[in-house]
Write a protein that binds this ligand. Sequence first.
Ligand SMILES: [Zn+2]
Length: 52
Amino acid sequence: MEDCEWHIVDDENHYESGCGGEWFFFKGTVKENQMIFCPFCGEPITEHESIV
Ligand SMILES: [Zn+2]
């Protein structure tokens, strides 16, 4: 099993998952929302910070 890598898409609350899903938080990050497992594939989420 591998972690599902989530990347920020166009703002800090909009994510794209490594398995092809998209998720939007009203507020905060993956960690701040205490989301541990990807709702699409069930794997643990690894959050990647956007590189500016
Ligand atoms: Zn996933």
